[in-house]
Design a protein around this ligand. Structure first.
Ligand code: GDP
Ligand code: MG
Length: 700
């Protein structure tokens, strides 16, 4: 019997099950997502793919399996073992085809795995991915030569841009290609031993004929598969004898196959590739500025300012439409329902509460649209690169940037993303500071206070003061996070910041589809929240603000007496130092369930308190502006007080869900409680300082 020669080409049969193998970061997951249409996030660090991921090829009944990324099939790590066992059919079904995804800019190293997969007795196709990257480094690859030398089909692709995928799909429609032929040459002495052992394994029914050569070689060269023959004394003895003979023949069974494979690979690369001049692309030129020590920061902050400026201007019109619609709805409901608690619940509780949050949808959409553009164009990786310099100064890993960046959306995914940080100290420090980044739930609060109390004057360069204040709030959160990280790394979690290596993907035109999809996902998440959690909390809050009490009392008296009113007054002494009263106290307590509820609560507080029908349509910010402090007989919300409240919300933890996630990720309540406490101290101190400073400056 001959082994590892094409036994039978599966002519006529169809491909149903395809496995994707490849080195880490060769683009497997990107290809997998493009082929199956499943949406996954793609990480940039080796070893992200640890679980088994399957998907269906769009419009077909072909199943694709994304294997863990490995450099070889030697089974020295769990990832390698999973990949090898799946390909050997130990986790059925056996794939009819293996696509090895190869980073074309790193051909020599990547081909090592290819030579191993080719030994498995399965049809193999080489997906030559990242050909754009190869071009960038001046590497020219002759596809025909490569195909001829390897003896398997080669399909050049750029998975991240969908290039070449049609060719790949076409190939999957047909019959599997014939089995590859092994062309690399083991030293004769070793080859004889492998072939003999392979025969024995097949005879003993220890493995299939197709993969016998691979298994025999694995047994002899790195002994990792010895468990296969544990209970087979005959095979064990054969392996021992083979080792003795190899030693006598002066062949090292471990290094001989590695050398032989590389020798073959080197020959192929010599004939199929040519290193040309490295072209200086416009991408490199842009990067000279985008990753510059000084200009990189300037560019980053300029972009941020521009984005917030745009958020303010563009979102204005749709926001006023939503406000108009909400007022109209409130009036309609008010006209339909009889005067009384039910009407108040619907109009003041539900419509004012939920509407008060939904109004911010345009801004949320704008923010995530721009973040999506930056991400997809490749700029975000530069921002991470620039920020890494800052991060390492505070003793944090560059890997912490991604969790912190995600925390701009919401601290919860951000904290979950810290799982990619292997070092426990770095991970803990990152978790502890992540909620300081301004999440999207804070945006409504910022906007409410800015629109109400910051005059819309223009600064130099046409930047409006509100936009500048907004950027400062985000920067305050970021700065506080970095400073606290520095403190934590110096005290609780001492340790060196490990080295961070990052590849910068080339710039590209953002794919509108991806960006819009992501924006929509965020937007619908926000709407779902408004329709569920926020709705529920609004209703609960309405009850808390009405009861105990009876409709015969005046609305203001009823609010004062209610559960919420009393709770607010309990909190009042704590927040008075930064100019707040019990009504804001209700808002702060309510927003603990979800930050944006602050806006909701204030809407309900003023609508509930102010039963006057005429004033139902007056916006919350208007009502806040007109609020009089009974002690001083002056407006309650001076610019100083509004600024203090903003600072409070930038720095306070104020979110139960985040605390629950921190508890889950750190395994104890100790950390979320500590985190809540330190952030509260920070927020209280910051707010109080700002309030008094503002008064000194004559703003209060
Ligand atoms: P995996 O570790 O093999 O699953 O690799 P990923 O699919 O996670 O890809 C790693 C990185 O390479 C991601 O940032 C992808 O966007 C990027 N990438 C994937 N394919 C290509 C490509 O063809 N060209 C370039 N330039 N980048 C790619
Ligand atoms: Mg992957």
């Amino acid at each position: 019997m001959s082994i590892a020669t094409p036994t039978q080409t599966a002519a006529g049969s169809r491909i149903r099950y395809v496995a994707l193998a490849g080195n880490p970061n060769s683009g497997k997951t990107t290809l997998f997502n493009a082929l199956t249409g499943l949406r996954h996030r793609v990480g940039n660090y080796p070893g992200v793919t640890v679980e088994r991921r399957e998907g269906r090829l769009a419009g077909n009944d072909i199943t694709v399996l994304d294997l863990p990324g490995t450099y070889s099939l030697n089974a020295r790590s769990p990832d390698e073992e999973i990949a090898r066992d799946a390909l050997l059919g130990r986790h059925p079904p056996v794939p009819e085809l293996v696509i090895v995804v190869v980073d074309a800019s790193n051909l020599e190293r990547n081909l090592y795995l290819v030579t191993q997969v080719m030994d498995l007795g399965l049809p193999v196709v080489l997906c030559l991915n990242m050909t754009d990257q190869a071009e960038r480094v001046g590497l020219q690859i002759d596809i025909q030569t490569l195909e001829r030398e390897l003896g398997i089909p080669v399909i050049p692709t750029v998975a991240s841009r969908g290039k070449g995928l049609d060719d790949l799909r076409m190939l999957l429609q047909g019959a599997p290609p014939s089995l590859p032929v092994r062309r690399w040459r083991l030293p004769e002495a070793m080859k004889a031993e492998v072939v003999e052992l392979a025969h024995l394994l097949v005879e003993e029914r220890l493995c299939a004929p197709e993969s016998a050569f691979f298994t025999a070689l694995a047994l002899l060269s790195d002994a990792t598969g010895l468990s296969v023959i544990q209970n087979h004394p005959r095979a064990r003895a054969a392996v021992d004898r083979a080792w003795q003979r190899l030693e006598a023949a002066d062949v090292d069974p471990q290094s001989a196959p590695v050398e032989a494979r590389y020798e073959w690979i080197k020959g192929i690369c010599d004939r199929a590739t040519r290193q040309g001049e490295i072209p200086i692309t416009w991408s490199d030129r842009v990067d000279r500025i985008a990753t510059h020590k000084v200009w990189g920061f300037v560019l980053f902050f300029a972009l941020m300012a521009l984005i917030f400026q745009a958020i303010f201007t563009w979102a204005q019109a749709p926001m006023s439409w939503i406000e108009t619609a909400q007022t109209w709805l409130g009036e309609q409901a008010g006209a339909l329902l009889p005067q009384g608690d039910l009407r108040s619940l619907v109009v003041d509780g539900v419509i004012a509460g939920v509407g008060g949050v939904i109004v911010f949808l345009p801004q949320i959409l704008c923010l995530f649209f721009f973040i999506g553009l930056l991400e997809d164009s490749g700029y975000m990786a530069r921002a991470a690169f620039v920020m890494d310099r800052l991060m390492s100064k505070v003793g944090l890993h560059g890997k912490s940037f991604i969790p912190l960046l995600s925390s701009f959306a919401c601290a919860i995914p951000g904290i979950m993303a810290t799982r990619t940080i292997e070092n426990r100290r770095d991970r803990m420090a990152t978790i502890l500071v992540a909620p300081l980044m301004s999440c999207s739930a804070r945006l409504p609060i910022y906007t409410l206070l800015i629109a109400g109390f910051i005059p819309a004057t223009r600064l130099w360069g046409g930047i409006s003061l509100p936009a500048a204040v907004m950027v400062s709030l985000y920067l305050l959160g970021l700065t506080a996070a970095l400073l606290m990280a520095l403190l934590f790394k110096r005290t609780l979690f001492r340790g060196e910041a490990p080295l961070f290596l990052m590849e910068l993907p080339p710039y590209k035109l953002p794919a509108m589809r991806t960006v819009l999809l992501q924006t929509w996902e965020r937007g619908s998440h926000f709407l779902r929240r408004a329709g569920t959690i926020i709705l529920a909390i609004s209703i609960l809050l309405w009850f808390a603000m009405k009861y105990p009490g009876s409709p015969s009392q005046s609305d203001a008296a009823r609010l004062q007496q209610s559960v919420a009113g009393r709770a607010g007054r309990l909190l009042e002494p704590v927040i008075r130092p930064f100019g707040m009263d019990w009504k804001v106290g209700i808002g702060i307590l309510g927003s603990f369930a979800a930050r944006e509820v602050f806006v909701t609560t204030m809407a309900i507080v003023y609508n509930v308190e102010d039963g006057d029908e005429e004033r139902q349509s007056v916006s919350v910010r208007q009502q806040m502006r007109e609020e009089i402090d009974p002690a001083t007989r002056k407006p309650r919300f001076t610019p100083a007080a509004a600024a203090a409240l903003m600072v409070f919300y930038v720095l306070a933890m104020q979110c139960v869900s985040t605390m629950a996630v921190v508890r889950r990720e750190t395994g104890s309540w100790k950390w979320p409680l500590f985190q809540w406490a330190y952030m509260f101290v920070l927020a209280w101190t910051g707010a109080t300082a700002v309030f008094h400073l503002g008064r000194l400056l004559g703003l209060g």
